[in-house]
Design a protein around this ligand. Structure first.
Ligand code: ADP
Ligand code: MG
Length: 557
């Protein structure tokens, strides 16, 4: 007799007891093991002559993505099986770091002659494992605001051209299996061209999807977020949980999500496995978005960065090194250092104050489907809302701003070009039209000669560029960095090298300034140049931006 029936969870008032069973291990039908399923672990003990203790392992259910039961391939065999899929952190070969590595544990139930009864029993175990994994997931996170429903209907958008052009291969090698193990149904959509994903999500029936997941670099997520915010029902649409799997050369958001999970740094396929694991866990958090106004293009939304000068140039110039993957930024940095230059312009910002960051924003709200606009309850924002419905009569939305904003708004006679073009998306409360002077409480940076300006809202600018170490997903803050002209090549190189570990702020570089802001405006003086938003080139010229706290939702695990 190889197997005992699992003890049912009974009469324990939501605190179910431990299940016990004896099975054989697949691969070696003679090797029997005793299995106990507690609330936190799957404890497996080999029943052999080995000394007790040595052959016992406790597998944490926190590392488990799923469990399923199935029949033997051979129809004549009445046995059934259940397999549990774990991705524990393991020490890497020849390195001090750790990364998630897949381990499958499979158990065979050959006890009864009746194959149906065997399968029922295997299914009972698989269900019990899944239920406990679900409870661990929930207990493990006190701050996340929701989780994906199970079963989950996921659209997975893959850009086959991103990075080294291997995204589809990476999907086949890692992600497809992992999602199946986690019981996550998904529909694979392979993008055919630039803006394909943007158009697709702009038109999609979003009631069909519980999550939109992007497997590419940051560029495809940029398309999806902007597609959602271009919809007439943008307010609902942007609440769709978004997921990211690194398949490109610029995988900043994936690296940030991995970092927020508390894990130590990894890259390439290890980052992919980590993000896949977090995706399977399916916990959803809020993410800040930043609205960006350019002089004549429509307003757009950004989740990562706004860059000018050195960083923007590297981003664009390094496109030609795309085949080396994430290392393209290192190569690009070295090349640009050799021809270091100064960028002239005027930079101004609205500082983030304690009051702002404690604003009754959405952080404390744990409901998944709620209105998430930080300013949604202020009377001024009601004005903003109305104005959205009649864009012609209005105005740029400065009404939530403290400095006699209402007066300014009323006296404005010509509508802002940006505002009239913004057909959808939340109103901006801190910005005046680009052609108007700055509000009086903004700070204007004294210098006009820069080496770079970088506004960031996530921790990582690339897999190995930990640029804003204290940034979190939804702090409602733009981390503004600029480097003043006069810095030596060596000092700049030192900064970028330190950025790999996020220690650049501790280098006491006199040319580097970091400040937390809620809005900013940049007016470059030179007629030509490069500005990037989320690593994508945008219209060059005056630009301004404002953060919208927790506007989107991201699956963070
Ligand atoms: P990477 O990190 O390698 O740059 P991205 O996801 O940023 O990867 O994608 C790069 C660019 O490719 C983006 O501008 C994106 O819009 C565009 N794109 C998306 N799908 C395709 C496709 N099928 N063919 C070509 N370009 C695409
Ligand atoms: Mg990109």
């Amino acid at each position: 007799m190889d197997q005992r029936r699992a003890e049912p969870d009974r009469g324990t008032g939501g605190n179910p007891g431990t299940l016990h069973g004896e099975f054989t291990v697949t691969g070696n039908r003679k090797a029997r093991c005793s299995v106990s399923l507690t609330e936190r672990d799957l404890v497996v003990q080999k029943l052999s002559s080995a000394p007790v203790g040595r052959s016992k392992v406790a597998l944490s259910l926190r590392d488990c993505v799923g469990c399923r039961a199935y029949r033997a391939d051979d129809n004549a065999d009445p046995a059934a099986y259940f397999s549990a899929y774990f991705y524990p952190l393991r020490r890497r070969w020849m390195s001090s770091g750790v990364s998630r590595q897949r381990v499958e544990h499979c158990f065979r139930l050959p006890a009864l002659q009746d194959p149906v009864a065997n399968l029922e029993e295997a299914e009972r175990w698989a269900r019990a494992v899944r239920e406990r994994v679900g409870r661990q997931r929930y207990l493990g996170d006190g701050v996340s605001m929701g989780e994906l429903p199970r079963p989950c209907r996921m659209m997975l958008l893959v850009n086959p051209q991103s990075g080294k052009g291997l995204a589809l291969t990476l999907y086949n090698n890692h992600i497809q299996r992992m999602l199946n193990e986690a019981g996550i149904q998904h529909t694979l959509v392979i993008t055919e061209r630039q803006n394909h994903a943007r158009e697709l999500v702009r038109e999609a029936d979003l009631s069909q999807w519980d999550a939109l997941v992007i497997m590419s670099g940051d560029g495809l997520l940029h398309e999806v977020i902007n597609g959602l915010l271009e919809r007439p029902d943008w307010e609902e649409a942007i609440q769709t949980p978004l997921g990211i799997l690194p398949g490109g050369s610029g995988n900043a958001v994936a690296a940030s999500v991995h970092h927020y999970s508390g894990a130590s740094p990894v890259s390439s396929e290890e980052l992919l496995v980590s993000c896949g694991f977090l995706l399977c866990k399916g916990l959803v958090s809020r993410m800040d978005l930043v609205s960006v106004h350019l002089s004549s293009s429509p307003r757009l939304f950004s989740f990562l960065s706004l860059a000018w000068g050195f960083v923007a140039d590297v981003d664009v110039e390094s496109e030609k090194y795309r085949h080396v993957g994430a290392a393209r930024f290192t190569v690009g940095t070295l090349v640009r250092l050799a021809s270091l230059r100064v960028y002239k312009g005027r930079l101004a910002y609205l500082p983030a104050t304690k009051d702002h960051s404690n604003e009754g924003g959405p952080r404390n709200n744990k409901t998944l489907h709620c209105n998430n606009q930080a300013s949604s309850l202020s009377p001024a924002s009601l004005v903003c809302r109305q104005s959205r419905d009649s864009p012609r009569q209005n105005t740029f939305h400065n009404s939530c701003h403290s400095n006699n904003s209402l007066k300014v708004r009323r006296t404005e006679s010509t509508p802002s070009r940006s505002a009239t073009k913004a057909l959808a998306g939340p109103s901006d409360s801190l910005l005046l039209p680009l052609e108007q002077p700055l509000p009086s409480d903004w700070v204007v940076v004294q210098e006009e000669d820069f080496v770079l300006m970088l506004a960031m809202y996530q921790s990582h600018l690339a897999e190995d560029l930990f640029a804003a170490p204290d940034a979190i997903l939804d702090d409602g803050v733009i981390h503004l960095f600029y480097v003043r002209a006069g810095i030596s090549r060596t000092a700049l190189l030192r900064l970028f090298l330190a950025m790999e570990k996020g220690t650049h702020l501790a280098t006491n570089c006199q040319h580097l300034v970091h400040t937390k802001v809620r809005a900013l405006r940049l007016e470059p003086y030179s007629p030509k140049g490069i500005i990037t938003v989320d690593g994508e080139v945008v219209e060059y010229g005056p630009v301004q931006a404002e953060v919208h706290r927790g506007l989107a939702r991201l699956i963070t695990g």
